[in-house]
Write a protein that binds this ligand. Structure first.
Ligand code: PFF
Length: 455
């Protein structure tokens, strides 16, 4: 017998869970360096373009599909056409794959929250983090094997996540978000205010915001913008579809979507201001330019930030604790949303208990996550990340727009559905965008990625 579908307790619970999914490591750890590397202030142009031509339309598409067809990814597609169930599995698999390495970065942040008490990383923050030099001992996470420094944070986090997920959408995910999101907002406001009031902050802001318009001619910048919008808004992974399927029948969709999208971008900009303010401070302290202290990628959060905290004018443990703690909190509310699409998908398919599905999905992800901690494991992490974000996601998103817009031709039905339940009515722009602009833009991105990889 089919089980009764889980439900959020309130609409606010859903909006919080959706925002909690969106706001994550992507906002705090990823956005600042992506914006910096791709035109600074000018990055806002491709960013908003991507948000309007793909981000918001696909977000609403996922909401409306999950809500109307009341299913996880595979079930929602199947209810439109049996032949397209695979696409739901594809998207849920991508979410699962991300969860396997997202947890690793979360575990670094968790360890660093602890290390920030008394700045345990010492003077040489780079040497401390240096995970890529195999065989070097006494580093924080040396990938030389499964040692307690690696396994312990992973085990604690997985244990906690397991307990949350076992309690279900309402008792687990919704409750987690209700508690963590308000705390997270306060933490981020404190970090931003402190970052912006440091000496030299203005120089950091200048570097983040000064537009380099020549970047707009580079198609890589546009790819980066689309990539950032998809990852940050959690779209293209059947996540929002799954979350929307837990909404009661008559729940607003469009207004909730706009709140989640605006909240996510607002959060992203605010954090970037605070972080670049702090980078300006570090540059002033070390007597160099901001460009010299900004390290791209992973290093920004785990090498440069500890250095800033070392030089902080008082209460540095507290600032470190706030920064890394905010990474952990935001990451927790996101990782549950990376696991839920898989859990819901196998429950919908095989009609099994939540307990069984949670054991299978979390057990699987936890096992794979250990792989990245073995010797040379960081290479697998890069490989999977590249596959998911460069190909897997775009293939899924192009297929999704083509299927719903053309093959199954359901956009008008879904538009009516949204307008029946929502406060804010959406117009024909939504259908037009998803039918033409979004697939064309995404297919161009996919082609550009293939050319870049194989030229
Ligand atoms: N949006 C999350 C972040 O910015 O960190 C990551 C994420 C969560 C991506 C859920 C995809 C997803 F389905």
């Amino acid at each position: 017998m089919a089980q009764v579908r889980e439900q959020w307790a309130t609409r606010a619970g859903f909006v919080l869970a959706a925002a909690g999914s969106a706001v994550g490591l992507g906002n705090i750890w990823r956005y600042p360096y992506v914006a910096y590397e791709n035109g600074g202030g000018a990055f806002l142009i491709p960013y908003f373009f991507a948000l309007l031509t793909a981000g918001v339309p696909i977000l609403l598409l996922e909401y409306s599909m999950g809500h109307r067809y009341r299913g996880s990814g595979p079930l929602s597609y199947r209810r439109m056409s049996q032949k397209w169930e695979w696409l739901g599995w594809w998207q849920a698999m991508l979410a699962f794959l991300i969860s396997t390495y997202y947890i690793v970065i979360l575990a670094w942040a968790f360890s660093y929250t602890y290390f920030s008490i008394g700045t345990q990383w010492g003077e040489n923050t780079e040497g401390f983090f240096n995970h890529q030099y195999l065989g070097v001992t006494d580093t924080f996470w040396n990938f030389g094997g499964l040692q307690w420094k690696v396994v312990l944070p992973l085990a604690i986090l997985w244990g906690f996540i397991y307990l949350v997920m076992r309690r279900g959408a309402h008792g687990g995910i919704e409750r987690l978000n209700r508690i963590l999101i308000p705390v997270l907002i306060v933490m981020i406001i404190l970090i931003t205010i402190r970052g912006l009031t440091l000496e030299g902050a203005v120089d950091g802001l200048n570097v983040l915001l000064t537009p380099d318009f020549s970047a707009l001619a580079d198609y890589q910048v546009w790819i980066a913008a689309y990539g950032q919008v998809f990852f940050s808004l959690s779209i293209g992974f059947a996540t929002m579809m799954t979350y929307a399927s837990y909404l009661p029948k008559n729940s607003d969709l469009s207004n909730s979507g706009l709140i989640a999208a605006l909240g996510n971008s607002g959060f992203e900009f605010m954090v970037a201001l605070g972080i670049f303010g702090a980078l300006g401070y570090l540059a002033a302290q070390s007597g160099t330019g901001v460009n010299e202290v900004v390290a791209g990628g992973i290093g920004l959060a785990f090498v440069v930030f500890p250095e800033i905290i070392n030089q902080f004018p008082g209460l540095n443990s507290l600032f470190g604790f706030l920064f890394f703690g905010s990474l952990v909190f935001s990451g927790l509310t996101s990782i549950v949303s990376l696991l839920e699409p898989g859990i819901a998908a196998i429950r919908d398919k095989f009609d099994i208990s939540r307990k069984f599905a949670v054991n299978a999905v979390i057990g699987g992800s936890a096992l794979v996550s250990l792989l990245y901690a073995t010797k040379g494991g960081i290479n697998y992490l890069d490989l999977i990340d590249h596959f998911v974000n460069t190909y897997g996601l775009l293939i899924g998103a192009v297929a999704m727009t083509l299927f719903v817009g053309w093959f199954a031709n359901r956009l008008n039905t879904l538009q009516n559905h949204i307008n029946q339940v929502s406060d804010v009515r959406i117009g024909g722009w939504w259908v037009a965008s998803l039918k033409v602009i979004t697939p064309v833009a995404l297919a161009a991105m996919l082609a550009a990625n293939i050319i870049t990889d194989y030229q």
